[in-house]
Design a protein around this ligand. Structure first.
Ligand SMILES: [Zn+2]
Length: 121
């Protein structure tokens, strides 16, 4: 197989893998209320796909998985989200640990405009 064909093949495999991760994520969300243990299983499958294909878990999905205990996080149920100095701080209620992610939208706005404009009440 030529180099280009191999690259195309790889891209195809990756896009299929990404689709599978999103599908599993949707299932995890759907099942969480009644079968939280199934959500855990879906998280495991998402991680397996990511490792096997050596690719990252999409950011939106990653933020819903505890990076310490791999719990599937549902805001207001087993996770708390708050903003702190340009970061979104997520705390997992299962293991009690916190994760921090830069809150990019806000940061960019701050850098471009020098301040964050608030809507008047
Ligand atoms: Zn956790």
């Amino acid at each position: 197989m030529s180099r280009i064909a191999r690259k195309k093949q790889k891209n195809l495999l990756r896009s299929v893998a990404t689709q599978r991760m999103w599908r599993l994520f949707e299932l995890a969300e759907k099942e969480f209320e009644e079968h939280p243990e199934r959500s855990e299983r879906y998280v495991q499958l998402i991680r397996n796909i990511s490792m096997r294909n050596r690719m990252r878990v999409p950011r939106e999905i990653k933020r819903r998985i505890c990076k310490h205990c791999y719990a599937f996080l549902v805001p207001g149920v087993n996770a708390r989200y708050r903003l702190k100095g340009g970061y979104i701080v997520t705390s997992c209620e299962r293991c009690g640990k916190e994760m921090r992610y830069p809150y990019r939208g806000l940061k960019k706005q701050v850098m471009e405009k020098g301040e964050v404009k608030r809507k008047k009440p």
